[in-house]
Design a protein around this ligand. Structure first.
Ligand code: GLV
Ligand code: MN
Ligand code: MN
Length: 414
């Protein structure tokens, strides 16, 4: 790749990340900015104002996805797009998602201040509900954009308080007029912290992401019988929480049996009726499995179903197990991966190939556009935690690679 002199401003990128992190800041130094809340709206408004100041136009689609566009010399060419999300986990950090959006903003600002024109337009996207913490599944905005789910199906999904996605979107005023998706994207690049320990341990500033692993998400409802905790002998109980406890242990064993690549997690448990002296009669439990190999993920699925049925049978519980999301293993585009690798090499950044353990909007965008991602290390590989941390120099390096890769695609012959 031809070296370019255009350099992003790492200090400005860092300052924007810190400014954004004030919205929903937690006492422990993290961020709690759940999707489609007033805090999400505040962060979106700030992003829009920054983009407009950098000469971009901002539009919003019917899923609340935002697009900041800088016109190209040829406006008919499909945009070269970047972006990520600004919603967070309940115990989120300052960088998950926010980095990818602020890196895109930094690209816009760099182009704006230098007056550099690109052949293809440049767009920076903010995807709605990437996290899947409030509404499941994850990556809803990019999924509808990529035609994986129907807009109305997603808008009807409710959070654990029964609030519909569509109503929450309208309440914050981000149910935009543009149709979601159905337009061509020339290429999509996403910057993200790795959220795992590999780059830090290997002392690499840049991860050239070659694809993402497969996931299956489940919701389990166990129904037993609420009875008196003092009078019901142990052998007469149908304790739904006991069933859940055994399933949670089983889920962990399913993962441990397939180390080092398998991931197995129960993240939400709700027992009812939440009284200390009533045997719990109903439990809602979530399970998620991940693995780079679909065939092994299938074996994990089969083990869960067989073991949960056995446990429910032993305790006398009704078992309802629904797979609510199956996300296939996704390879990225060879040319986009190459553009990222070349940019890292040309700039002299230590880099290596890596597979994403986390879900990302780029994995849905890969279905409709040539796509790749750029990872940078985070401290101790910890993410979805308020202590999540990344180094300014690494964040700047990832953003520089993003700019270089985007420019290469945006100025390539049509
Ligand atoms: C996204 O945050 C994920 O859970 O991978
Ligand atoms: Mn993320
Ligand atoms: Mn996340």
């Amino acid at each position: 790749m031809k070296p370019t002199n255009l350099t992003i401003n790492g200090a400005r990128l860092w300052d924007s990340l810190m400014e954004l992190a004030k919205i929903g800041a937690t006492a422990k130094g993290g961020v709690c900015r759940l999707t489609l809340t007033d805090l999400d709206k505040e962060a979106r408004d700030l992003f829009a104002s920054w983009c407009k100041a950098a000469g971009a136009t901002v539009t919003v689609d019917r899923m609340g996805n935002m697009f900041a566009r800088r016109e190209g010399r040829d406006p008919k060419r499909p945009p070269i797009m970047t972006g990520s999300h600004i919603d967070t986990q309940p115990t989120g950090g300052k960088f998950d998602g926010a980095y990818g959006v602020m890196a895109g903003l930094e690209v816009l600002r760099t182009l704006h201040e230098t007056g550099i024109e690109t052949e293809a337009p440049i767009e920076v996207a903010v995807w709605t509900n990437e996290e899947g913490a409030r509404f499941a599944p994850a990556m809803m905005g990019s999924a509808v954009f990529a035609g994986i789910f129907e807009e109305n199906e997603i808008k009807a999904k409710t959070d654990r308080d029964g609030i519909a996605f569509g109503d929450a979107l309208a309440k914050i005023g981000y149910d935009g007029p543009m149709p979601c998706g159905g337009r061509k994207v020339g290429a999509f690049f996403e910057c993200h912290i790795e959220q795992g320990p590999i780059l830090e341990a290997d002392r690499k500033a840049i991860g050239v992401v070659t694809g993402g692993q497969a996931q299956r998400w489940y919701e389990i409802n166990l129904t037993g019988q609420e009875t008196h905790a003092g009078t019901t002998p142990m052998e007469r109980r149908h304790d739904a929480l006991l069933g859940a406890a055994r399933i949670i242990d089983t889920v962990n064993r399913i993962g441990v049996a397939r180390m080092p690549y398998a991931r197995a997690t129960c993240g939400v448990i709700e027992a009812k009726p939440q009284s200390r002296n009533t045997v719990p009669g109903r439990v809602f439990l979530t399970v998620e499995f991940r693995h780079p190999d679909e065939a092994i993920l299938k074996l994990m699925d089969e083990a869960l179903r067989a073991e949960a049925a056995r446990i429910a049978g032993e305790i006398g519980l009704a078992l309802d197990i629904q797979e609510i999301w199956h996300f296939p293993a996704t390879p990225f585009d060879a040319a986009c991966i190459g553009a990222v690798r070349d940019a890292a090499r040309t700039r002299g950044y230590a880099h290596r190939d890596i597979i994403s353990g986390a879900g990302h909007d780029a994995l849905y965008m890969a279905r409709v556009a040539p796509t790749a991602m750029i990872f940078v290390p985070c401290a101790d590989g910890i993410s979805h935690n308020e202590i999540e941390a990344a180094k300014p120099d690494d964040l700047a390096a990832g953003c520089q690679v993003l700019l270089d890769a985007m420019l290469r695609r945006a100025n390539a012959p049509a």
